[in-house]
Design a protein around this ligand. Structure first.
Ligand SMILES: *Cc1c(COP(=O)(O)O)cnc(C)c1O
Length: 226
């Protein structure tokens, strides 16, 4: 089993190469270690290797790792969130990556003790099994979020389909970037929408080429091992 440091070194090289290929700055890309499959110890190892941003998609895992690691990390809640669980996690998270409905926004507004930086999840690929607002509805959904002053729309997030087909992946990531540009151009005070959370272990290089600012890497970085 590789150390996180070994995996990280390889991934950083790939991030640099993908950034260079498209004339982007390496520093503009934030690597999240998704620790949902691994232990607290392995998450600690990631932080000790220099990873600052951690992502979890379940409340229990989020809270147990945060209890151990605390403010040595920036905390991203990346999973879909049931409204009744909002209170358990919302004030502990630095970023929420899966805002996908007004009922969730309403609950966040009710529970928030600070401004909550959110990524709106968009179902770019249109797969029925995927969460997220449809691309057509994204702008109007974000306009409606103005009614919830605790929410700041920091960016957009998507999950690409499970495929090796590079063209399909590229289309999805490009679609999200174009939407992000459209929302940002609307110039809404509550929605600067500069960020793009897209790309995982299998497709982060393509995501970077298409403009990702936040890549969410689990298995390739901390395991389990490919
Ligand atoms: C699990 C997960 C990831 C990381 O997936 P890997 O393929 O292991 O890199 C990224 N984003 C979300 C939302 C996830 O649930």
């Amino acid at each position: 089993m590789n150390t996180v440091q070994e995996n990280l070194a390889q991934i950083q090289e790939k991030i640099k190469a993908s950034a260079a290929k498209t004339g982007r700055n390496y520093e503009d890309i934030t690597l999240l270690a998704v620790t949902k499959y691994v232990t607290i110890e392995r998450s600690e190892e990631a932080v000790n290797a220099g990873i600052v941003n951690l992502g979890e998609n379940r409340i229990e895992g989020f809270l147990e790792k945060q209890a151990a690691i605390g403010d040595r990390a920036v905390w991203h809640f990346i999973g879909s969130l049931q409204s009744r669980k909002v209170k358990d996690v919302i004030n502990q998270a630095d970023y929420l990556h899966a805002l996908d409905r007004l009922s969730l926004a309403k609950e966040i507004q009710k529970r928030a003790e600070k401004t909550i930086k959110c990524f709106v999840q968009v179902n770019v690929s249109g797969e029925e099994t995927k969460a997220g607002v449809s691309p057509d509805e994204t702008l109007s959904f974000i306009q409606q979020l103005e009614a919830f002053p605790a929410i700041q729309v920091a960016g957009l997030m998507t999950m690409a389909p499970h495929t090796e087909d590079e063209d399909v992946l590229r289309q999805v990531f490009r679609g999200l970037r174009q939407l992000r540009d459209k929302v940002a151009e609307a110039g809404m005070a509550h929605a600067p929408c500069t960020l793009l959370s897209m790309g995982m272990s299998n497709d982060y290089e393509i995501a970077i080429e298409e403009g990702a600012t936040h890549i969410r890497v689990g298995s390739a970085l901390v395991g389990p091992y490919e």
